[in-house]
Write a protein that binds this ligand. Structure first.
Ligand SMILES: [Zn+2]
Length: 343
């Protein structure tokens, strides 16, 4: 496995120091699976000011369609073939069709009746239960043999900087026969890797990351947690790979809890940097894809300029899909590890 990088250097005359010569490093990294490039640069301290959450949340509850007073009145119901009861529920969580679908089988799952849950108040049990509710939906569409029941995906946009249009904590849950771009590129590359090496890329990656320890955070049950070598997030991405699992539907309840525990540990660590928003995506193969391994990415979201609300995605990322990470993933691993180990 090749962890390829190309260091670069910028030479400027520094206005802060009498136009003295100054050399600024940066680095290009190639993702070891897909070859996608990521830039490690800027090298800022990963610390952001936290906003006034009360001001952000104020007034959003009154109109919230996901709060318990409204959710069973204003959200859509499934057709009879998928859910004769209309919506799926687990304790105070509700799963219903996404009224703004981007595929045939799209749902939204509220993560309970509480409108705003601060990131460090989200418990592993709550996340596990929201995953379990999502799995109920996946199993329903799978059991009826729906043609879109191929890849089962949970995405999480937590808080507006990550793309959430609502404060109320919820998951995006969908099944699709159309792999999203990066997932398709990974699946294609993982198949090519398996054909070339008679070996599973993800198993080899986990073994390599454990051996070097450079980016490896630890193991929870069957899930291995590590920093991505070529991250997309400005404060790194954390990758979790579940041993021996090819597809979402093969995850067991214990796996869901282990994943939830890992996510909570990451939230605790990133909260200390002032990060209060993240994306989390499932990446899955089909049950027969031996070259695939179920994995997820957790990517903290923040601002290039918090006072202006400048998002952490600009032209480079939006139109070139070229990413910036503002610290070496190996250093971010050191920042996250104490909280990860503390459990
Ligand atoms: Zn709400």
């Amino acid at each position: 496995m090749q962890f390829k990088s190309q260091p670069k250097e910028t030479h400027i005359l520094n206005p802060a120091k009498n136009m003295e010569s100054r050399r600024i490093p940066s680095e290009i990294r190639w993702d070891p699976l897909t070859g996608r490039t990521a830039r490690i640069c800027h090298f800022m301290k990963l610390q952001w000011p936290k906003p006034d959450f009360e001001a952000i949340v104020a007034g959003t509850q009154k109109m919230c369609p996901f709060c318990p007073e409204k959710v069973l009145d204003v959200t859509p119901c499934f057709t009879e073939d998928i859910a004769p009861e209309g919506r799926l529920q687990l304790d105070d969580m509700v799963l219903f069709p996404n009224i703004a679908p981007y595929d045939s089988l799209g749902a939204v799952a509220t993560m309970g009746g509480q409108h705003y849950i601060p990131m460090t108040d989200i418990t592993p049990e709550r996340i596990r239960d929201a995953f379990k509710l999502s799995m109920l939906f996946f199993r329903r569409v799978d059991q009826i043999g729906h043609p879109e029941s191929v890849y089962h995906i949970i995405n999480w946009n937590y808080m507006p900087p990550a793309g959430s249009s609502l404060i109320h904590t919820h998951l995006q849950v969908f099944a699709t026969s159309s792999e999203p771009n990066l997932m398709r590129e990974e699946l294609t590359a993982a198949k090519a890797y398996a054909d070339a090496h008679q070996s599973n890329f993800w198993d080899d990656l986990v073994a390599e990351e454990i051996a070097t320890g450079d980016r490896y955070l630890g193991k929870i049950g069957r899930s291995h947690w590590m920093l991505s070598y070529a991250p997309m997030g400005v404060a790194g991405d954390v990758l979790a790979v579940v041993d021996g699992v090819r597809a979402t539907l093969a995850l067991e309840d214990d796996d869901l809890m282990d994943i939830a525990k890992g996510l909570v540990r990451l939230m605790k660590a990133y909260d200390k940097m002032g990060v209060y928003s993240f994306n989390m995506n499932f990446f899955t193969g089909r049950p027969a894809d031996d070259f695939a391994r179920f994995h997820l990415l957790f990517s903290p979201r923040t601002f290039f300029n918090p006072s202006l609300g400048t998002p952490d995605i600009g032209a480079l990322r939006n139109l070139f899909n070229e990413t910036l990470c503002m610290a070496y993933p190996e250093e971010i691993k050191d920042l996250l590890k104490p909280d990860f180990d503390a459990g």
